[in-house]
Design a protein around this ligand. Structure first.
Ligand SMILES: NC(=O)c1ccc[n+]([C@@H]2O[C@H](COP(=O)([O-])OP(=O)(O)OC[C@H]3O[C@@H](n4cnc5c(N)ncnc54)[C@H](O)[C@@H]3O)[C@@H](O)[C@H]2O)c1
Length: 366
């Protein structure tokens, strides 16, 4: 079995991302060096548990660990204060010590919640990420952002806390619903647009490989995104500079998600995909022809190009959507922060976008 290892190097830590096919069938071969304590606590959700929990439990047991687990409801609501409290009580009940390892088995929701719990329980325990969605494999499991949501907004309670290792089995994407796969692909497109024109062109040319879930193609795009993210995180772990570029499309995306009350009508990655189109429209140097090319690609694979495609019954009020942009945690001193494109493959941060311009974009995409 071919497994590729990439290293994420931050100031305080260094950890491997291992990417391969059918890794979960042989996980015991890889985990031992990253799991010093006797106890392991696996966190997963109700959809992922019947598919992959047995294999992961088995692997840790084979390495001599005492294995506990918790199965949480699937979906964004699990990134709540209440779920965090309940999970914390469950973990504390096994009397963890500083070497007890938490394992996040699932998508970004499980990864963000488990990572946050790991960062604060007994003042920090090690955690391993085993991401099972495309979004989690290309983005959320790498880089150490952890968070839960609260009434004031998404991801407002969180920490920067790096995992000790990340194991990605591309075979887990076989069971992922197509809509979730495409949502994760929204983040993949983002990487191409912000930092690598050749990668972007490759994505646009290979829609059939994506739709057929060609494993070697998926492995290749995951590796590429992880490498880009690892390089950016190594340079700027705490988002003081370059890491902000990874927010391409996100100010628009968060406004759209907030408008729909995070109720599942739009998935985060779908909102990012649409937000990337809007960011292109905001960028003076990007031609309408380029935007139409990405829209055609979205049309081919089944990602939305307009807000009305998400829900035609919603009033997509541009003023209200723009107000949500001002509530984004990236808005500093009342100024909007947008990631813009200088050209395809090169992004920059702008704090000088006027309100009227943003409203116009939302109107254009209504
Ligand atoms: N920490 C970060 O840097 C970062 C970056 C991007 C997004 N996020 C967060 O990630 C979350 C979204 O992550 P997500 O898109 O993975 O959502 P998710 O975790 O809700 O997973 C999506 C759905 O797919 C199911 N699922 C997961 N793996 C599966 C598999 N292999 N087969 C079948 N079903 C499977 C889940 O049960 C869930 O219903 C958001 O909360 C977002 O804020 C975090």
């Amino acid at each position: 079995m071919h497994v590729e290892t990439q290293i994420v190097q931050t100031q305080a830590s260094s950890y491997p991302i291992m990417i391969g096919e059918a890794m979960l069938d042989h996980l015991e071969e890889w985990i031992a060096p990253y799991c010093a304590g006797q106890k392991v606590f696996i966190v997963t959700d109700e959809t992922v548990a019947p598919l992959y929990l047995n294999a992961v439990q088995h692997a840790f047991k084979k390495t001599g660990k005492v294995v506990y687990h918790s199965i949480l409801p699937a979906g964004e609501a699990t990134k709540s204060f209440a779920a965090f409290q309940a999970l914390s009580e469950e973990i504390l009940a096994i009397l963890p010590d500083r070497k007890t390892t938490l394992v996040a088995l699932g998508g970004g929701v499980i990864g963000d919640l488990t990572g946050f719990a790991a960062s604060v329980l007994v003042r920090g325990v090690p955690f391993i990420q085993i991401p099972t969605t495309l979004l989690a494999q290309v983005d959320s499991s790498v880089g150490g952002k952890t968070a839960i949501n609260c009434d004031a907004g998404k991801n407002l309670i969180g920490s920067f806390y790096q995992p000790v290792a990340v194991f990605m089995d591309v075979a887990t994407l076989e069971t992922l619903p197509m809509r979730e796969l495409l949502a994760g692909y929204g983040e993949v497109i983002k990487y191409g647009l912000l930092g690598d024109v050749a990668f972007y062109e490759k994505l646009l040319e290979n829609a059939p490989c994506l739709l057929q879930r060609d494993k070697s193609y998926l492995c290749e795009i995951i590796r590429h995104c992880c490498q880009m993210k690892a390089e950016i995180v190594a340079e700027d772990e705490k988002e003081q500079g370059k890491r902000a570029l990874l927010n391409l499309g996100h100010t628009f995306a968060h406004a759209i998600e907030k408008h729909l009350h995070y109720d599942g009508r739009i998935l985060h990655g779908e909102a990012v995909a649409l937000g990337c189109l809007m960011a292109m429209s905001l960028s003076e140097n990007i031609s309408q022809g380029e935007i139409e090319r990405l829209k055609a690609h979205y049309g081919e694979i089944g990602l939305p190009c307009q807000l009305s495609e998400i829900d035609a019954t919603v009033t997509w009020n541009a003023k209200m959507l723009t107000n949500y942009c001002y509530q984004d945690k990236k808005a500093l001193d009342g100024k909007l922060t947008f990631i813009m494109l200088k050209e395809i493959g090169e992004a920059t941060v702008s704090n000088s976008i006027q309100r009227g311009v943003v409203e116009k974009i939302f109107t254009q995409y209504a």
